[in-house]
Design a protein around this ligand. Structure first.
Ligand code: GRF
Length: 204
C-alpha cells in the first residue's frame, strides 16, 4: 500500500477550512493525513479547533523572529519535520516565504473566496472581498483553489466553484454562504489534487 500523502495546514483565523479538511480526511474522503497546523498568531480560533481535533499545532509568528528570512526558515524546518508533502493554506494571511516555496514547489495550495482574478490581490481578504463583490453588483461569486507562487493569489488555478448572490444579500449572509460552500469544496479539490486526479489540468 502506498503511504498516505501528508498535509500540513497554515491558518490565521477561525479555522473552519482547517477543520473541514481534518474531518474530510477522517471520513476517508480526503486520502491524506493532516500532520499539523501552523498558525502565525496566537489566540485564534484555529488553535482551539486543533486542540479539539487532536492535531499538533505550532505558533510560528513573524514577530518572534528578527527577520522575515528567519521566520521563513523556521516555517520550512517545521514543515520538513512533519514530512509534509503538501502545504494547504486555509485563511493564512502571511505571505509564504521563498524558502517554503522553494522546498515545496508546486505543492502549496490556497483557497480564495472569489472567482479569481476578480477580487484578488492586496487587501482582498475576509469581508473586504465580499463587500467589493456586493458593491459591484455581481450576480455570482465563488471560491478559487489555486497553487501559490511568489505573489498572493497568483498561480495555477486548480478549480473554481460558483456561489449565487441573492437579491438583498447582506455582507454577513453572502460571507456565510461562500464559507459554507468553501468548507465543502476545498477538501474535495485537495482530495483530487493529492490523489493525482488534477494532473491533466496541471500539464495543460
Ligand atoms: C476563507 O474564506 C479563505 O478563503 C480565506 O480566508 C478564509 C478563512 O476562513 N483565505 P477560516 O479561517 O478557514 O474559517
Amino acid at each position: 500500500m502506498t503511504p498516505k500523502a501528508k498535509i500540513a495546514i497554515c491558518a490565521s483565523g477561525e479555522g473552519s477550512n482547517f477543520a473541514a479538511l481534518v474531518e474530510a480526511s477522517r471520513r476517508g474522503e480526503l486520502p491524506a493525513e493532516i500532520v499539523g497546523l501552523i498558525v502565525n498568531r496566537p489566540k485564534i480560533g484555529a488553535i482551539g479547533r486543533a486542540q479539539r481535533l487532536g492535531i499538533p499545532f505550532k505558533v510560528i509568528s513573524p514577530k518572534d523572529f528578527s527577520s522575515r528570512a528567519d521566520w521563513d526558515q523556521s516555517m520550512a524546518l517545521q514543515l520538513k519535520r512533519w514530512k509534509a508533502d503538501w502545504i494547504v493554506l486555509a485563511g493564512f494571511l502571511a505571505l509564504v516565504g521563498p524558502e517554503v516555496l522553494r522546498a515545496f514547489a508546486g505543492h502549496v495550495v490556497n483557497s480564495h473566496p472569489s472567482l479569481l482574478p476578480k477580487y484578488g490581490g492586496p487587501g482582498m481578504y475576509g469581508d473586504n472581498v465580499h463587500a467589493a463583490v456586493l458593491s459591484a453588483k455581481e450576480s455570482e461569486t465563488g471560491v478559487t483553489v489555486h497553487l501559490i507562487d511568489a505573489k498572493f493569489d497568483q498561480g495555477t488555478v486548480l478549480a473554481q466553484g460558483k456561489v449565487a448572490i441573492r437579491p438583498g444579500d447582506t455582507l454577513e449572509q453572502l460571507a456565510q454562504r461562500v464559507k459554507d460552500f468553501e468548507n465543502e469544496f476545498y477538501p474535495r479539490v485537495v482530495a483530487d489534487l493529492v490523489a493525482g486526479r488534477l494532473t491533466s489540468k496541471l500539464t495543460d
